[in-house]
Design a protein around this ligand. Sequence first.
Ligand SMILES: *[C@@H]1O[C@H](CO)[C@@H](O)[C@H](O)[C@H]1NC(C)=O
Ligand SMILES: *[C@@H]1O[C@H](CO)[C@@H](O)[C@H](O)[C@H]1NC(C)=O
Ligand SMILES: *[C@@H]1O[C@H](CO)[C@@H](O)[C@H](O)[C@H]1NC(C)=O
Ligand SMILES: *[C@@H]1O[C@H](CO)[C@@H](O)[C@H](O)[C@H]1NC(C)=O
Length: 270
Amino acid sequence: MVRRLCIFFLLQLLYATTCALEKGDQVDLEYFSRRCPPERCTGGSTEIRYPFRLESSHPYCGSTGLALSCSGDRTILPLPSLPPALTLSVVSINYSIGVLTAKLDGPSCPLQYINLLNFSASSYSLMHTTDFITVNCSSRINYSSDGSSSMNIAGPISCLGGGPDSIYAVDSFSYMDEMPPYCIMISDSVSLPQKLEDSMQVFDLTSLINAFTQKMEIELDWTMRDETKRQCVVCEFSGGRCGFSQARSQVVCFKTELHGMISIVTSDLC
Ligand SMILES: *[C@@H]1O[C@H](CO)[C@@H](O)[C@H](O)[C@H]1NC(C)=O
Ligand SMILES: *[C@@H]1O[C@H](CO)[C@@H](O)[C@H](O)[C@H]1NC(C)=O
Ligand SMILES: *[C@@H]1O[C@H](CO)[C@@H](O)[C@H](O)[C@H]1NC(C)=O
Ligand SMILES: *[C@@H]1O[C@H](CO)[C@@H](O)[C@H](O)[C@H]1NC(C)=O
């Protein structure tokens, strides 16, 4: 009973109603498909479809804040906090779980720039992160004799400036206990992006930093701040295609049922 109630409640939350296609919906669907077909950057591998759109297409073809652009065959995620020399190119979009994977292009020392990966004013959020601070040490840390653990300290990281042996990253939650007395904190806490697969397998800071600096890939969620975007993920997860209905003035989920019948799923009554 409890379980059935839960499922009922979930369905209520996600989509209340499956409606047969009305005449207006048919027109809407045709209009949307004609005006907003799935797109790609020329030669690109990522399919761009609702709730994403290319900047060159009509705003109606995508949801707010999810416009992407092209640079040659690369699909670019515009992020105002990045300087022009750095770009985030889209590696893949998984529409049915709501995860966009992007790669930071350009930097030879990516740790220098992670505080610029600031998504707070965007429609995206980083899915997994580990916070660390940087410290400047007057001598090289000897992990085996100092009682410092490479679990929580990584380095020396020579590309962050200072002498070759002086700059280290320290896990924000442990630095009070772990930091050797000859080191001083030189930065506020910053968030190191992690991929889900790494966050489940890798726990020491050195390996997490290596995983990031080698791939420079980040995973972003685009549904956290917006219920309608989450509806699109639910729609795609159940095999539908998400779009925007002008007649209903809302996001809808078009589903092809048995025998090619198309139905429409909305959060309202039919
Ligand atoms: C999306 O992610 C799920 C779960 O990881 C996976 O099963 C599915 O194959 C992915 N879809 C695409 C198109 O990569
Ligand atoms: C991110 O940007 C917002 C403004 O958009 C700012 O208030 C915040 O301090 C920034 N966060 C970091 C870690 O720089
Ligand atoms: C680090 O400490 C160990 C154990 O005290 C010592 O044997 C080793 O020589 C030290 N290494 C350096 C580079 O100081
Ligand atoms: C680290 O400390 C040394 C010695 O105090 C100083 O010369 C150097 O500029 C500092 N480096 C950074 C990046 O703060």
